[in-house]
Design a binder for this molecule. Structure first.
Ligand SMILES: Cc1cc2nc3c(=O)[nH]c(=O)nc-3n(C[C@H](O)[C@H](O)[C@H](O)COP(=O)(O)OP(=O)(O)OC[C@H]3O[C@@H](n4cnc5c(N)ncnc54)[C@H](O)[C@@H]3O)c2cc1C
Length: 392
């Protein structure tokens, strides 16, 4: 009898895993609380360029021989191989958790009101459209953009937001009346030093102020102020902040205090269970929470479920737009520092290409291109090349 594989969460990782295993003899069920799949990187362009949403029905991405269930998973009980849904329970032979990460606006007093007033570029289409309304009518004043807490998906996204907003103020001829401040809890604008050496000079050149070690403690929506744990207060007329992120917290006994699943960073197993895995943003692994990570992890878990001892090397490959039709990629791994890769127009078009190829990538139809690209941008090779150039 075919082994019953249940994938909890039809995120980027879950959809790719289902497609990878579609013809490998598994009986696949995919459960998601939403029947729509959103291309999340596009939220930035909805918020700062007024672009339209990019989404698709989950069943159009999943393989025909898999079963899609529209339901919310309440609990995954690994000891008893049980999945608890809204009104029922189910058993499995293998389970893979791919429930992603999302903003928790209750962690910072006042954040929910700020979110209701300004929206953001990190959660839903409606929130991004709300931000676009504010950004596209902003007449000048103090703008604050950044992250509130060190854990969030897509590490480059707050910087991308600052660059795109700055570009918008120039297009709208309100740049000279606008003061842009980028806040971050990290010691530098981008946490990885080699990438910071690339982005900080661009920020300075564009007149974006950087405030580091700014851990947001509270927001006062009436006074329009943001206060840090250190006691500093900043005034805003426009604010776009990434909220602290949490996981779904549904795996019994195996979630950390933020709801992320305790996952082995190489095998991607949950605890010592050889029938339970976690991929994508839902893990507590300290690598970047990104679609590319979910993509690469789905490959590892597919191989492991087929009996191959594949291991994840922590590879990241996050695009970062810096405005002016240029982008770089944050490329690194567990053993390789982030590559100091200069922004280029070529990389911008690669990033934009991801929008058009997104659904085919999730259906794993683009694997041959992606595999070639990942091999070409191997961080060990790129770092060796840069070091050679430096020393010659
Ligand atoms: C503004 C922005 C820009 C980004 N840009 C990039 C980029 O350029 N490149 C890149 O690689 N990544 C980017 N990302 C990150 C990327 O979108 C995510 O990291 C990626 O989608 C994570 O995939 P995932 O499979 O882990 O989870 P997700 O794709 O987030 O999916 C999780 C799924 O789980 C479901 N779910 C959650 N809880 C339950 C439950 N209890 N029961 C049932 N279903 C549940 C949700 O409905 C959702 O469908 C960006 C993100 C944002 C917000």
């Amino acid at each position: 009898m075919a082994k019953r594989l249940v994938i909890v969460g039809a995120g980027d990782g879950g959809v790719m895993l289902a497609n990878r295993l579609a013809s490998k003899g598994f009986d696949i069920t995919v459960i998601d609380k939403s029947n729509k799949h959103y291309f999340q990187p596009w939220l930035l362009h909805i918020a700062f360029n007024g672009a339209k949403e990019k989404s698709i029905e989950q069943t159009k991405l999943l393989p025909k021989n898999s079963r899609f269930m529209l339901d919310t998973v309440k609990l995954v009980d690994l000891e008893n191989r049980k999945i608890v849904l809204s009104n029922s329970e189910m058993d499995y032979d293998y389970v893979v958790v791919d429930t992603g990460s999302f903003g928790d606006y209750s962690k910072i007093p006042g954040h929910m009101q700020l979110y209701q007033e300004f929206g953001d570029f990190h959660s839903t289409t409606e929130a991004a459209q709300r931000l676009w309304k504010k950004a596209s009518t902003f007449a000048g004043g103090k703008a604050i953009i950044g992250s509130t807490y060190p854990i969030f998906k897509c590490p480059p996204s707050p910087l991308e937001a600052a660059f795109l907003f700055e570009e918008l103020t120039r297009k709208r001829h309100v740049r000279s009346q606008t003061q842009i401040t980028f806040i971050t809890p990290f010691p530098r604008a981008y946490p990885a030093e080699p990438m910071n050496e690339i982005v900080e000079p661009i920020m300075k050149e564009r007149g974006i102020n950087i405030v580091t070690f700014f851990d947001v403690e509270s927001i006062d929506p009436a006074k329009h102020t943001i206060t840090s744990l250190e006691g500093d207060t900043l005034q805003y007329d426009f604010a776009a902040l990434v909220p602290p992120h949490v996981g779904a917290g549904i795996v019994k006994d195996f979630c950390d205090e933020n709801g992320f699943v305790k996952t082995d960073k190489e095998t991607l197993q949950i605890g010592n269970f050889d029938d339970a895995y976690c991929i994508g943003d839902a893990t507590n692994i300290s690598t970047s929470k990104s679609g590319v990570t979910a993509h690469l992890e789905s490959k590892i878990v597919a191989q492991r479920l087929l009996g191959i001892d594949a291991r994840f090397d922590g590879r990241t490959n996050c695009p970062m737009e810096v405005g002016g039709h240029k982008a770089t990629f944050v490329i690194g791994s567990y053993t390789q520092p982030v590559v100091k890769l200069k922004p280029s127009t070529f990389n911008y078009f690669l990033k934009m290409g991801m929008k058009y190829g997104a659904w085919q990538t999730l259906r794993t139809k683009m694997d041959f291109v992606m595999d070639w690209y990942f091999a070409r941008t191997d961080p060990a090779k790129l770092n060796a090349k840069l070091n050679k150039q430096k020393s010659s």
